[in-house]
Design a protein around this ligand. Structure first.
Ligand code: ARG
Length: 462
């Protein structure tokens, strides 16, 4: 064999162009799959041995050689040569160099096509567990923060206009719910991808009696992919994983957007710890929430990876095509970007505080209690549509007089609607309203306290 030591040197004439070597290589980024590549190779070799395709002695040589290579890579001693194209060829070439002939038998009944598909699934299975742990830590941070604010009212917004009063804890728990779905979605993704393509070969399987159930079992897959053509070409799991990452990024981005707005002087609802702010090189007074802005900004890169992944797949003919090598760039980008953002968000949440006094002082603005007043009338027998009109009129009157609903004298209330009695004042004001919420899922202090307990229990189980 010539310089690159590739088995196809007899088929192709001359050396690969230097430009092409750089263009085709994936070693620079797929080397992070090395552990999975080695695990897959050991399982494959064990199976070849059980099937009497290699001897026990050859298997032992292969296994020990691969272990050594694994240690060399882990310790940084391994010399990567981009002429080897990818991690699969790099490891195989090193093995052959190390143990000679036995190493040349490892690739029996196998192709890089089923090999890379196997590696990617194994990698993703682990990555998903790591990401789920990160999400759990973020959820725990949100719940911990919520614990402090089960009794602290704040305005809830729709259309970014003041809507109804809620308690801060319930607001924070609304994000815990979003991340819970992300956690579940990743679990589903992991379940679906957890089948083995190994033994699919290049596309059609093999004339060698491969025991695919055995390699699947050894690698912890729950079964085998039933069709070798699908086995080598399916990248649904990549698209799905990046989609799941995209939704996590979406949820993080919305959280970041809220906190950016809430930390502005105009709102002053929250204080982001100085550790997570930067200043301006020109304006000395500035305290900028750059980490949150970057969480929001990095969402673009994750979405970009999703579109890239889907686009890579859409035009490829059946089955494996080299286009698919690009999958890893986007899968890794989505995983790395989202992991960093989840960790950053968890750190910010763990160190932020709500300015409850300032929030409370502003709760009289914006008629947050108007809906509760309409419901007070409903409870006194007024049809809701009528009640809505009555309160609308009262709000307009208050706006003219620059006062709040709680300032309206009983006489005026009764002039607007006969059924109003002096208990009306118990239904006015943000604090009163939040305490009166009755329906399941409502965001009052009682519900929030219960939900905090619920989430603590749920998250403790993980
Ligand atoms: N580096 C390749 C990839 O990531 C491995 C598979 C290459 N297969 C092939 N027949 N050229 O997709």
């Amino acid at each position: 064999m010539g310089q690159s030591g590739k088995s196809w040197e007899k088929r192709l004439s001359g050396e690969t162009d230097e430009l092409a070597i750089d263009f085709v290589e994936s070693l620079s980024y797929d080397k992070r799959l090395y552990k999975y590549d080695i695990a897959g190779s050991i399982a494959h070799a064990q199976m070849l041995c059980d099937q009497k395709m290699i001897t026990k002695a050859e298997f032992a040589e292969i296994k020990n050689g691969l272990f050594e290579i694994s240690e060399e890579i882990a310790s940084g001693k391994f010399k990567f040569d981009k002429a080897q194209e990818d991690i699969h060829m790099a490891i195989e070439a090193a093995l052959i160099k190390k143990i000679g002939d036995a190493g040349k038998k490892l690739h029996t009944g196998r192709s890089r096509n089923d090999q890379v598909a196997t590696d990617a699934r194994l990698w993703m299975r682990d990555e998903i567990e790591l990401l789920r742990t990160r999400i759990t830590l973020l959820q725990k941070a949100l719940v911990k923060l919520a614990t402090k604010y089960t009794n602290s009212p704040m305005p809830a917004y729709t259309h970014l206009q003041r809507a109804q009063p809620i308690v801060i804890a319930g607001y924070l728990l609304s994000f815990v719910e979003q991340f819970q779905r992300d956690h579940i979605r990743l679990g589903n993704c992991s379940d679906l991808l957890n089948v083995s393509p190994l033994g699919s070969g290049a596309v059609a399987g093999s004339t060698i009696p491969l025991d695919r159930e055995s390699t699947a079992r050894q690698l912890g897959f729950k079964g085998i992919m039933r069709n070798s053509m699908d086995g080598v070409s399916d990248r649904d799991f990549c698209a799905e994983f990046i989609f799941d990452c995209s939704l996590i990024a979406t949820h993080l981005s919305r959280l970041a957007e809220d906190f950016i707005i809430y930390s502005s002087s105009e709102f002053s609802f929250v204080t982001i710890d100085d550790k997570y702010c930067t200043s301006s090189s020109m304006m000395p007074q500035k305290r900028n929430p750059d980490m949150l802005e970057l969480i929001r900004g990095k969402t673009g890169s994750v979405y970009g990876s999703l579109v890239a992944m889907l686009t890579i797949l859409k035009g490829t003919p059946s089955t494996y095509n080299r286009d698919m090598q690009e999958d890893k760039i986007h899968v890794f980008n989505a995983a790395d970007t989202v992991s960093a953002s989840v960790d950053m968000a968890a750190a910010i949440v763990s160190n932020m505080k709500f300015n409850t006094k300032h929030i409370a002082a502003g709760l009289d603005e914006g008629f947050l209690d108007a809906t509760a007043l309409a419901e007070y009338l409903v409870k006194k027998g007024v049809p809701f549509r009528e009640a809505h009109g009555v309160v609308g009129g009262l709000v307009a009157g208050c706006e003219d007089k620059n006062c709040k609903l709680g300032d309206v004298p009983l006489k005026e209330f009764q002039a607007a609607c006969r059924v109003i009695e002096d208990d009306v004042y118990d239904s006015l004001g943000a604090g009163n309203v939040t305490r009166q919420y009755l329906s399941a899922g409502a965001v009052g202090p009682e519900q929030a306290a219960e939900e905090v307990i619920y989430w603590k229990e749920q998250l403790k189980k993980r």
